[in-house]
Design a protein around this ligand. Structure first.
Ligand SMILES: Cc1cc2nc3c(=O)[nH]c(=O)nc-3n(C[C@H](O)[C@H](O)[C@H](O)COP(=O)(O)OP(=O)(O)OC[C@H]3O[C@@H](n4cnc5c(N)ncnc54)[C@H](O)[C@@H]3O)c2cc1C
Ligand code: SF4
Ligand code: SF4
Ligand code: SF4
Length: 488
């Protein structure tokens, strides 16, 4: 398939990454906004020489399936500098990485505001310029010719590029490789709202007050209960919960995201960045000592280069369990479902002369009544997650049955293996794995033989064997290698 055909028939595959426009040797591609306000490539036939470079570069048409050999290491982290932390959405890891690269004479590319508070990728050459790149902007950032700027900068200096997973993939496809002096970090990405909608929203304030500063993630009331704030030049401040603001509510409700965000091709494990940064939502549950409500980052390390940079950072950090962290942050692994009103909202908003009335109408509608679309098979968190985990298990070729409760110190070693836990409760044998649980009568040892065959169990580890008879007898005859687990 070629780009023009994709835009005509599978438009939602295009993430708007702009790799095609950047690669075109004749500048024949213009990123042009549609009625919803998202940019898509438009090819000028008078300039096009049909070289095919745009089609060969497009990450949507040439999506890579990256099945990793093991689950990546996951950390939660906070930058110790109070000011940087306050000026960051999460735990300030973006700033910590940027500071290293700047110290080494490098350049940073990330999403910033222009004078009208429209959002576009831009460069920071020093700490002063970095301030504009800090913090999440919940708007699709325009790439312009930034991939070309990155390519030029790479000729003489280090570059750190931070953006959404589709933008990092766009950059890698544009460069056609991964130069040693390039570091990339993508984001756990809920999805990107329409830039035209944002520009309408922020422009609407102009009549009353001139905007001085926008912060989607003010920590005035803490990281967990963050606020959306706009400061005006006349010292007036608008401050609201993101979910209570009309623009913010539509973003969180998945009403105004780009169509590609509902079938994103760059979720784990198909991202192409060295690191993924996010908010460590749920950290209170899985690493409570790392929560102080000033902001905690989630950091997922994908490559040796990412590991090297991350290890050099002076941060408060702790390695955490992949499953625990990702279960509280599912956009890392799966796309969010669109609000069922999405199409009608954009139809009405783009055509209406009274846009305020349309915003008001959708803001006030009772969501509980409207959002009933069930999750589609193959799109749910568990479906995608399971296929990744199963792939990794096949690589490991180790499926382990643990009899009884394993000691705490053993759990880390099991990461990435197929792990089944067998317990005996009230005369029944219960075999569980991450996604299912099988229960059979305690005396029915034939069922246990079927279980190990069906799930290709390769080893048995015997933990706390209390009440396990006659399972202990079965273990002696099952023919699989058996080890006994001891607490450290
Ligand atoms: C649209 C969007 C959706 C997100 N969804 C989630 C989510 O569901 N779960 C989650 O845990 N985290 C999400 N994040 C990421 C999170 O909000 C933080 O940006 C991330 O944790 C980095 O925080 P930090 O404290 O390290 O640095 P910060 O200083 O807060 O991050 C700044 C960096 O984020 C990048 N950035 C900011 N806005 C944009 C943008 N519009 N487009 C591309 N890059 C941008 C900039 O390039 C900048 O380099 C999202 C971010 C964005 C922009
Ligand atoms: S085919 Fe070549 S010249 Fe034509 S739009 Fe694509 S990259 Fe540009
Ligand atoms: S390169 Fe990016 S912007 Fe261009 S068609 Fe492909 S996905 Fe869309
Ligand atoms: S959800 Fe996917 S397509 Fe949408 S902005 Fe994020 S990375 Fe891009």
């Amino acid at each position: 398939m070629k780009i023009e055909e994709m835009i005509a028939v599978e438009r939602a595959d295009c993430s708007g990454c702009s790799a095609c426009a950047n690669i075109c040797p004749k500048n024949a591609i213009t990123m042009t906004r549609d009625a919803e306000g998202f940019a898509y490539p438009k090819i000028n036939p008078d300039l096009c020489i049909k070289c095919g470079r745009c089609d060969a570069t497009c990450p949507a048409l040439n999506a890579k399936k990256n099945l990793p050999d093991a689950l990546p290491k996951v950390f939660v982290a906070t930058y110790p500098d109070e000011k940087v932390l306050r000026h960051s959405s999460a735990g300030g890891v973006f700033s910590a990485l940027s500071e290293i690269v700047l110290r080494e004479g490098g350049i940073i590319f990330g999403a910033g505001f222009d004078k009208k508070f429209h959002v576009a990728h831009t460069a920071a050459h020093n700490l002063d310029e970095l301030e504009n790149l800090r913090r999440s902007k919940y708007v699709q950032s325009q790439i312009g010719d930034v991939y070309r700027q990155v390519r030029d900068a790479l000729k003489s200096q280090k570059v750190f590029f931070c953006g959404t997973p589709c933008q990092c993939a766009g950059l890698k496809h544009f460069l056609g490789g991964d130069p040693d002096n390039l570091l990339t970090a993508d984001l756990v990405c809920h999805g990107a709202p329409s830039p035209a909608l944002w520009e309408y929203y922020i422009g609407a304030f102009d009549d009353a007050h001139e905007v001085a500063h926008v912060n989607f993630r003010s920590k005035r009331t803490g990281w967990a209960g963050y606020r959306f704030e706009i400061n005006f030049k006349d010292r007036v401040r608008y401050s609201n919960g993101l979910g209570a603001d009309v623009y913010g509510k539509f973003f969180l409700d998945n009403l105004t995201l780009r169509p590609s965000c509902h079938r994103c091709k760059f979720k784990f494990p198909n991202g192409q960045a060295d690191l993924t940064l996010g908010d460590a939502w749920g950290v209170q549950k899985y690493a409570p000592e790392m929560f102080d409500n000033r902001g905690t980052s989630l950091v997922i390390v994908h490559t040796a280069k990412g590991k090297d940079f991350f290890e050099r950072l002076t941060l408060n950090k702790k390695e955490v369990n992949f499953n625990a962290a990702i279960r509280s942050n599912t956009p890392f692994i799966t796309s969010v479902l669109a609000d069922t009103r999405r199409k009608s909202f954009f139809d009405e908003f783009s055509k209406s002369d009274n846009k305020v009335a349309v915003l008001q109408k959708y803001y006030e509608q009772d969501k509980a009544e409207l959002k009933k679309e069930p999750a589609k098979p193959g799109q749910t968190y568990n479906e995608i997650y399971r296929s990744v985990v199963e792939h990794i298990r096949k690589q490991f070729k180790r499926n382990i049955l643990i009899v009884g409760t394993p000691p705490e110190n053993f759990k880390q070693q099991l990461e990435g293996c197929g792990v089944y836990v067998l317990k005996v409760v009230d005369g029944k044998i219960i075999c569980t794995e991450e996604f299912s649980s099988l229960t059979f009568e305690q005396k029915d040892l034939a069922a246990l033989n079927d279980f190990v065959k069906r799930f290709n169990v390769t080893e048995i580890f015997v933990g706390d064997l209390a009440n396990a008879a006659p399972v202990d007898e079965w273990i002696k005859t099952c023919g699989l290698p058996v080890q006994t687990l001891k607490a450290e």
